[in-house]
Design a protein around this ligand. Structure first.
Ligand SMILES: [Fe+2]
Length: 542
């Protein structure tokens, strides 16, 4: 049987589009009712981590005016929830109620089970006689289902002070996606003016200082979920998300971070605990009892998605020959074992890996100094021209070799890394010394930042300037496994997965500093089943 997730999805999306207005209407009506009942739902609704029979739902209640994020005040309250097969909630598939309060910053997370696979649902929360805005979500198909097509938005790196989240809005408006995959830097820890748009603060963060305490992180999460574009994308689609460093602090590793000073900011473990607690409260993500966030999802026979955590277990960044030290790790032993075993044993056609930092090598030793400066700032490359970015897999050669050699030894094909972190767009073939250049072990698609500064921003030049283009050409000339890179654009990726191919299309914004900015298609690359060689694609026809 060909279980056309695609056809079913499009049919439902067609319904939802007739009903995009219906959804919007329901949202406004729901918010109005909630406001009349006490202004309860100020941070939207969200869903995530879809399973064939379940989904995780999220919201936050503001029961009193002083119960603001991070305040620690306000009463414990009863909240109800409903999941329905229609946007008017005529046919309710599941419902329940629970209590939240200041102990968890008035956030609500519900792991709904007993749902039908590959089904679009609408959901809402109730409090004091009012309803929240309505969200739309979708369960995963049965594990053995044959799926024709899966499409997902792919994003990373949303810096509040650098602009508006039009990338999220453009994805929310598409109407053809099943999922959003977010690769980290969902938020940034910086204080105002510490990381903005090429020296200009487009809009100020709250709190104004660098976030450090539990209250700080809760306030920052609350700020992000006041953004209408971010709220719209959460309400439109389920997300699968992992964190990178800035959810705690820049260049985090297991024992510290570049942007953490124990003598003035306290113990690293305390900061991590505060950041992760706020993350657990505020994000639609399932975490293990031990706090582990690496986890795996399945979309029928078509695809499996392994989401990595490359911050919690990693050794400190190093340089020089230390990057080859087999005692150092980016994944930690348990996660590496889980990743290798899962990839080799998977019966899914495509093994997608949500990979916060870039896997492919970037040799930059022969690049000119003018490019090493901004690239060094962006990538963490020492200004003396060292060839590696020690914060990405380049700094953990032994782990990369172990993973690639395992793929080769087990004959594991059709592995595609989905990557964020470096604020620029790349289509890479993953090669190591053992693969040589002509037989890559996997493909890698790197999405640009939603807003965070990239090369032209550091150069303080307009996008598309000749220096950035020359830099991209030089990177390609010294790295033939990099099939394409673009260093100036902000935006998002759209990944299409079919039994025949896995294709990424990159879309860049006209202007990240303008709310509602348009986006345009800039490039597409695909990889066919059975080979990790990339093919350039022409503009998609939708
Ligand atoms: Fe980032």
């Amino acid at each position: 049987m060909t279980n056309t997730l695609d056809r079913r999805t499009l049919l439902r999306m067609a319904g939802a589009s007739a009903g995009t207005a219906v959804l919007a209407g329901a949202t406004l009506a729901g918010a109005g009712a909630a406001n009349a009942a006490g202004g309860a739902f100020l941070h939207g609704v969200a869903s995530g981590d879809p399973l064939p029979d379940g989904i995780l739902l999220w919201t936050r209640i503001s029961p009193t005016p002083d119960a603001t994020p991070g305040s620690g005040v306000g009463p414990d309250v009863e909240v109800s929830w409903q999941v329905a097969t229609d946007p008017d909630f005529v046919t309710v598939a599941a419902q329940g109620q629970l209590t939240t309060g200041p102990a968890r910053d008035h956030t609500v997370k519900v792991a709904v089970s007993g749902l039908a696979p590959a089904t679009t649902y609408w959901y809402r929360f109730g409090y004091a006689g009012g309803w929240s805005p309505t969200g739309r979500t979708m369960t995963a198909p049965p594990t053995d289902a044959a799926i024709d097509r899966l499409r997902m938005g792919v994003v990373s790196c949303a810096n509040w002070e650098a602009g508006y989240f039009a990338a999220y809005r453009r994805l929310a408006d598409r109407g053809d996606l099943n999922l959003v995959v977010h690769l980290g830097d969902y938020l940034y820890e910086y204080g105002t003016g510490q990381f903005d748009a090429a020296g200009t603060v487009v809009r100020k963060v709250e709190p104004a200082h660098e976030v450090l305490t539990l209250a700080d992180y809760r306030i920052r999460h609350g700020l992000y979920k006041s953004d209408p574009d971010l709220v719209a994308l959460h309400a439109a689609l389920p997300w699968v998300i992992t964190w990178d460093d800035h959810e705690v602090a820049n260049d985090a590793w297991s024992g510290g971070a570049e942007n953490h000073t124990p003598s003035t900011e306290g113990a690293w473990a305390d900061r991590v605990a505060a950041a992760r607690r706020a993350y657990q409260e505020w994000m639609p993500v399932r975490m293990g009892e031990d706090g582990a966030i690496y986890r795996r999802f399945r979309y029928g026979q078509l695809a499996e998605l392994s989401m990595l955590d490359l911050r919690t277990y990693r050794s400190q960044q190093a340089s020089g020959t230390a990057v080859d030290d087999p005692a150092r790790t980016i994944t930690g032993d348990a996660q590496m074992t889980w990743l290798k075993a899962g990839l080799a044993a998977s019966t899914a056609r495509w093994k997608l890996v949500g990979n916060p930092v870039m896997m492919a090598r970037v040799d930059v030793g022969s690049l000119p100094a003018w490019l090493l400066g901004p690239l060094g700032t962006l990538l963490g490359i020492p200004q003396n021209g060292a060839v590696l970015n020690a914060d990405q897999w380049d700094g953990y050669n032994a782990d990369r070799n172990e993973l690639v050699d395992h793929l080769r030894a087990t004959g594991t094909r059709d592995v595609v890394f989905l990557t964020g972190d470096i604020h620029t767009s790349w289509a890479n073939e993953v090669t190591t010394r053992s693969t040589g250049l002509s037989n890559p072990a996997a493909a890698e698609f790197v999405v640009p930042s939603v807003t965070s500064d990239n090369v032209n921003d550091f150069l303080k030049l307009p996008a598309g300037n000749p220096l950035s283009a020359l830099g991209a050409g030089l990177i390609r000339s010294t790295n033939p496994h990099v099939r394409w890179t673009e260093l100036d654009g902000h935006g998002y990726g759209v990944l299409e997965v079919t039994p025949q191919h896995c294709r990424m299309d990159w879309y860049h914004l006209a202007d990240r500093t303008r709310a509602g900015s348009a986006s345009r298609w800039v490039a597409g690359f695909s990889v066919g089943a059975g080979s990790a060689k990339l093919r350039r694609e022409t503009a998609p026809t939708l």
